[in-house]
Ligand binder design. Structure first.
Ligand code: AMP
Length: 299
């Protein structure tokens, strides 16, 4: 089955203590779509400007991503730039230039409206609502967000949480949303807001799933060297949804394995700038790391 992914499609300029890379292919939807494409057909919904480099379109096409929902508008592509400290858990946004995303209205082609799996990747919650409004009874909807929307669009986000199956967010965002410093208490409070499944990401320490079956602790794949963690969270949730869409039966039963696949694809993302490493991965590489993670976590 296929996955519909809406989110930002961006040019990212990224600075780490080791290197600086301008105008890379980035955006929550780009990372998520490439990650999901290893498992299932993907339909990307987003907007870019006329300055969007042709080789980036080719890169999407290499991953067989359906681009009929990608609008190309007059103006500039959304541009984000960020800088990492030596401790790569600390990142500073240097600039955000909205460009064509400022007036973006995600109108779905008819063929997209019955897609069973929907990933509302990080973008303004009003746009995530707009996509859901156009869908015909999706089977599983997951939403990702960021601190910016907790600060400036909380009401929209809270309304959205009543419409989705799952929320994925990182631990600092969970604490900001619930005012609780305890991850388990934060998950309990988020369930009350709507989602049956709450996934809290903890960077290099993995992620936690909370649902009616209890808790699942998913390890991160340990890396000796992180080059650029930008998009790791988007790759995690993209691969998770791609994997879910490739399985049979009740998606809830496959969530744990889906998270493990998310962890593995996110690890590849961290090993190169932008999507450079992820786009060189083949399925065999993913399966090998999944087996390694299984061995690491078994006791
Ligand atoms: P992550 O590292 O998982 O937090 O995701 C980084 C990606 O988020 C980058 O590729 C950015 O282009 C994208 N991004 C940054 N700010 C925003 C924003 N305000 N809305 C949507 N996407 C954003």
């Amino acid at each position: 089955m296929s996955v519909l992914i809406v989110g930002s499609t961006a040019l990212d300029s990224i600075k780490t203590p080791q290197a600086e890379n301008p105008r890379l292919l980035g955006g929550s939807a780009s990372h998520a779509a490439i990650a999901a494409s290893f498992f299932s057909p993907v339909k990307l919904v987003g907007v870019v400007g006329e300055d969007f480099p042709k080789p980036y379109i080719k890169l999407y096409q290499k991953h067989r991503i359906d681009l009929s929902g990608l609008q190309i508008q007059q103006g500039k592509t959304f541009h984000w730039s960020g800088e990492y400290e030596v401790n790569m858990n600390n990142r500073r946004t240097l600039a955000t230039e909205l460009g064509v995303i400022e007036h973006f209205s995600p109108t779905l082609p008819d063929a997209h409206k019955s897609t069973p799996y929907v990933l509302l990747a990080n973008i303004a919650p009003a746009l995530q609502h707009h996509v859901l409004d156009q869908m015909w009874k999706p089977k599983f909807v997951i939403v990702d967000t960021m601190d910016l929307w907790l600060n400036i669009a909380l009401d929209d986000l809270l309304r959205l949480l009543k419409r989705v199956d799952a929320l994925v967010l990182n631990d600092s965002e969970a604490h900001q949303l619930t005012k609780s410093d305890n991850t388990l208490e934060a998950a309990r409070l988020i369930h009350k807001m709507g989602p049956r499944h709450v996934i809290i990401k903890k960077g290099e320490h993995g992620s936690i799933l909370s649902n009616k079956d209890g808790l699942f602790v998913c390890p991160a794949y340990p890396l000796k060297k992180v080059v650029d963690p930008t998009g790791a969270g988007d790759s995690f949730v993209g691969a998770l949804m791609g994997y879910l869409a490739s399985t049979r039966g009740n998606p809830e039963k496959n969530l744990r394995r889906a998270m493990v696949h998310g962890s593995v694809v996110a690890s590849f993302c961290c090993e190169g700038f932008g999507v450079k490493r992820t786009t060189r991965v083949v399925k065999r590489d993913i399966q090998k790391r999944v087996r390694e993670l299984e061995a690491l976590a078994r006791f």
